[in-house]
Design a protein around this ligand. Sequence first.
Ligand SMILES: Cc1cc2nc3c(=O)[nH]c(=O)nc-3n(C[C@H](O)[C@H](O)[C@H](O)COP(=O)(O)O)c2cc1C
Length: 161
Amino acid sequence: MPIDSAAFKEALRGWASGVTVVTSRAGKRVHGMTVSAFSSVSAEPPLVLVCANRASLTHGVIEDGGVFAVNILAEHQQDVSQLFASSELEDSRLERVGWTEGKTGAPLIDEALASLECRVASAHHEGSHTIYIGQVEAVHTTDATPLLYYDGGYRSFGCDD
Ligand SMILES: Cc1cc2nc3c(=O)[nH]c(=O)nc-3n(C[C@H](O)[C@H](O)[C@H](O)COP(=O)(O)O)c2cc1C
C-alpha cells in the first residue's frame, strides 16, 4: 500500500544534496534545468545517473540528443539554480549565464564546481521520471565549494540562508 505523498515529501526534506544544472543538446537546440536527483553509479566504467521529469523540456532534449552534461553548482551559484528552475525564463536561461560547448555539444556552465559530459547509456521510466544513466566522456573540475540544498532551502558550508 503506497504512503501518501505528503509523508513521502516530509521524509525527503531531511536528505541533503548538492545542486546541479543538467544541460543537453539536440541539433541546434540547447536547454537545461536544475536537478538535485544526481548520483554516481560506477567508477569502472564511469557512470552517473540523473532523474528527469518527463514533463520537463530538458527531458525531451535529452531524449532527442542522447547526451547531457551535469554541471555541479558552486556555492555562489544559487541564482543559477533558481534561473534554471524558473518556468517563466525557460526560453532564455542559457542567454543569462556564460557557457561553452562541451565535446558532446551540451553546454558547460561557467564557474560550475565541476562538469561531467555524458552520453546516455540507458534510460529507465519510473513513475513520473526517467532515470538516465550516462557514460561519462569528459570531466572538468575546480576547487570551488559546493552549493547545498536541504529542507527546502539552499545552504552552504558554515552559513545557512
Ligand atoms: C533544488 C531543485 C532541484 C530540482 N531537482 C529536479 C530533479 O532532480 N529532476 C527534475 O526533473 N526536476 C527537478 N527540479 C525542477 C526543475 O528544475 C524545474 O521543473 C524546471 O523548470 C524544468 O525546466 P524545463 O521544463 O525547462 O526543462 C528541481 C528544482 C529545484 C529548485
